[in-house]
Design a protein around this ligand. Structure first.
Ligand code: KG4
Ligand code: ZN
Length: 338
C-alpha cells in the first residue's frame, strides 16, 4: 500500500496552522499563519482576537497546505485536528473546519491532544536530515512550552505517564513574563535568547527551585527574583545590564530543566530523552542537553518546536494506525491532561 498521508489542523492558541505529513515523519507541507504581530500590542494572546483571526485565515491556510503538498483532499487518508488543551474559541474554529472536511470527503476524523502533538514533533524530519532515526522507548519527554512544563514517561507509542510538572508558571511563560519586565518584545523566549547572546550568565545568581523528592518544577520564585533585581537596579539609577540579566535568567531556567530531567532519566532508566515544545527551540537549552553524554537527546527540527500542524498530523498518524476515529459530535477539550 502507498504511504499514509495525514492532514493536520492546529488552532489551539495564536497560530493558524495546517500541514500534510507522510508516514508520521515527513512533512509534505507545513503552513503556519502567525498572529504574533496582532497580539504583540497586548503583550500576550487576546482570546477573542485570536479566534476571530483563525476564522479569517483557516480556509486559506488549509488550502495552502494541500496545494504545497500537490495533493487534493482525495489523496489524504485522515484529518487530524487539535481538540485541546487551548483557548476554547480558537479550538472550535479548527475543529469545525476539520469536521467540514471530513463530512465533505468521507475521510476519518481524529482529535489530537496538543501536548501529544508537541511530543510527536520529535518524530518529524526536515528534508536534509538523512541520518534521522526515530526516538526509542522507553523514553522521558520534557515538554516545555508557553502553557506547559511536564515530565512524561513513555514506554510505547501513545502511552504516557506524567511524572510531574510546573506548580506555577510554565517555562515559556517565565520567558514571556521576564521578557516583558526587561522591556523586550513578545514573545519573550526568542527575545531573551537574542539579548543573552553577549551576556555573562554568572553576572547574577538567580534561584533554581529544586523541589526535592518530586518531579515538579516552579518558576515563579525565579521570575520574582529577576523582578526584584530589576527594581533595585532601577532605584540605583544605573541602566539595566540587559544582556547579563537575560543570560543569567536563561541559565537558571536551563539548569533547572536539565538537572531534573537527567535525574528522572536515571531513576526511570530510560533509553533516550526527548525535548519538545516552544522552549525546546532555545539554543542554550539544546547545548546543555547535548553537552551531557549520559543520554541520547531528541529535539524536533527548530522550526517545528513552536506551534504547528505537522506535529498534529504526526501524532494523528499513530492514532490512525491503531484505528482511532472520532465522530462529528466531537467537542473541544480546553483543559485536557495528556
Ligand atoms: O509550543 P508553543 O509555540 O506554544 C504553546 O503551546 O505554549 O510555545 C511558545 C512558547 C513561548 O512562551 C515562547 O516564549 C517560547 O515558547 N519560546 C522560546 C523560544 N522560542 C519560543 N523560549 C525560549 N527560547 C526560544 N528560542
Ligand atoms: Zn504548543
Amino acid at each position: 500500500p502507498r504511504c499514509a498521508r495525514i492532514l493536520g489542523i492546529e488552532t489551539s492558541c495564536d497560530e493558524t496552522a495546517a500541514a500534510v505529513v507522510e508516514e508520521g515523519r515527513l512533512p509534505l507541507s507545513n503552513v503556519v499563519a502567525s498572529q504574533i504581530d496582532l497580539h504583540a500590542q497586548y503583550g500576550g494572546v487576546f482570546p477573542e482576537v485570536a479566534s476571530r483571526q483563525h476564522i479569517r485565515t483557516i480556509y486559506a491556510v488549509v488550502n495552502a497546505a494541500l496545494e504545497q503538498a500537490h495533493l487534493s483532499l482525495e489523496d489524504i487518508d485522515a484529518i487530524a485536528v487539535t481538540r485541546g488543551p487551548g483557548l476554547p474559541g480558537s479550538l472550535v474554529v479548527g475543529l469545525n473546519m476539520a469536521k467540514g472536511l471530513a463530512l465533505a470527503s468521507g475521510k476519518p476524523l481524529i482529535g489530537i491532544n496538543h501536548l501529544e502533538g508537541h511530543i510527536y514533533s520529535a518524530w518529524l524530519v526536515s528534508e536534509n536530515q538523512k541520518d534521522h532515526y526515530p526516538p526509542q522507548f522507553p523514553l522521558l519527554a520534557l515538554l516545555v512550552s508557553g502553557g506547559h512544563t511536564e515530565l512524561i514517561l513513555m514506554t510505547d507509542h501513545l502511552t504516557y505517564q506524567r511524572l510531574g510538572g510546573t506548580l506555577d508558571d510554565a517555562a515559556g511563560e517565565a520567558f514571556d513574563k521576564v521578557g516583558r519586565l526587561l522591556g523586550l518584545t513578545y514573545p519573550g523566549g526568542p527575545a531573551i535568547q537574542e539579548a543573552a547572546r553577549n551576556g555573562n550568565e554568572a553576572a547574577f545568581h538567580f534561584p533554581r527551585a529544586r523541589l526535592e523528592g518530586t518531579w515538579d518544577f516552579s518558576f515563579s520564585g525565579l521570575k520574582t527574583a529577576v523582578l526584584r533585581t530589576v527594581q533595585d537596579l532601577q532605584k540605583s539609577g544605573r541602566g539595566l545590564p540587559l544582556a547579563d540579566l537575560a543570560a543569567s535568567f536563561q541559565a537558571a531556567v536551563v539548569d533547572t530543566l536539565v538537572t531534573k530531567t537527567l535525574q528522572a532519566a536515571r531513576t526511570f532508566r530510560v533509553r533516550e530523552i526527548l525535548v519538545a515544545g516552544g522552549v525546546s527551540a532555545n539554543q542554550a537549552l539544546r547545548r546543555a542537553f547535548l553537552e551531557q553524554r549520559e543520554f541520547r537527546v531528541h529535539f524536533p527540527p527548530p522550526f517545528l518546536c513552536t506551534d504547528n500542524a505537522a506535529m498534529i498530523a504526526a501524532a494523528g498518524y499513530f492514532h490512525f494506525l491503531r484505528g482511532h476515529r472520532d465522530g462529528l459530535d466531537m467537542d473541544v477539550l480546553p483543559t485536557w491532561p495528556l
